[in-house]
Design a protein around this ligand. Structure first.
Ligand code: FES
Length: 271
């Protein structure tokens, strides 16, 4: 740091103001928002904001709306959200970089998420991820986390990622394509699945709605989906409701809730 002119080079107290420090902005200076965000997107933005008492609360769905347009949260997308919600670029960027569902680079037609958390990993999730990295890599180089094979957004392009627990441990090892479940996978079945995706096919998920593409799902997460279509197919697996089924078969019921909550045990006195 350069000391102001005339300031003695000591640690003694001084009334001189320190030289002004210039910090690089976290994101580039504002520029006109890309025409990518057309009138329809702006209308949808207004609809999302109208759902919340405070405009800033609309940031998460709005970022998904941006991803439905561009396939990721681009710099323009961040600026678009900041302007729409009267937030700073730093505030929006902080949210985008915190949550893993917001992507910083353009994604493929499909996002393949392989669970490598404890239970899935122990049952083969790590092997599945490694096999897919090799299968989708090029020239002997495995595909890395959040890397894309194929031109982003084009038919058959895939972004691969390893994911934390996907909340289907009873069906481990699992993977998701655009957040739809493919349960009880093996390295071979996972390779078959991504091969089909690369060919432009859309194999049905194990449960839930038919497979679509990532941008369509992003639009649905933002709140603009066809609920009737998404409600198709079973949403739970027999393994997940086995306990409830056993109880029903045997006529077990939970005890009724008491009218009054039971008394809490006395706490030892604080010393
Ligand atoms: S550990 Fe994979 S779904 Fe929970």
């Amino acid at each position: 740091m350069t000391l102001p002119e005339g300031t003695p080079e000591t640690n003694s107290a001084t009334t001189a103001k320190p030289a002004e420090q210039v910090f690089e902005p976290v994101v580039a200076e504002p520029s006109p928002v890309s025409p990518t965000f057309d009138e329809l997107t702006r209308q949808r933005t207004k609809e999302i904001i109208a759902l919340y008492p405070e405009a800033r609360s609309a940031l998460l769905p709005l970022l998904h709306l941006v991803q439905s347009v561009e396939g990721y949260a681009s710099q323009d997308g961040i600026r678009f959200c900041a302007e729409a919600l009267d937030l700073s670029l730093a505030e929006v960027t902080a949210v985008v970089t915190f949550y893993t569902m917001y992507k910083r680079t353009p994604c493929g037609e499909h996002l393949v998420s392989v669970c490598t958390n404890t239970l899935c990993a122990a049952l083969g999730g790590d092997d599945i991820y490694t096999r897919l990295q090799q299968r989708l890599g090029t020239n002997g180089r495995p595909l890395g986390h959040e890397e894309t094979v194929g031109e982003p957004g084009s038919t058959g392009s895939i972004t691969l990622e390893h994911a934390e627990c996907l909340a289907a441990c009873d069906l481990a090892p699992v993977l998701q394509v655009n957040y739809e479940y493919y349960d009880n996978q093996s390295p071979d079945s996972a390779v078959e699945l991504v091969d089909a995706l690369r060919r432009g096919e859309r194999p049905n998920p194990t449960r839930g709605a038919p497979l679509t593409d990532l941008r369509t799902i992003e639009l649905e997460i933002a709140g603009f989906g066809d609920i009737a279509v998404r409600a198709q197919g079973p949403s739970s697996a027999p393994e997940s409701v086995r306990g409830a089924q056993l109880a029903a078969d045997r006529g077990w019921v939970a005890p009724a809730m008491p009218d009054e909550p039971p008394a809490m045990p006395a706490l030892p006195e604080k010393k």
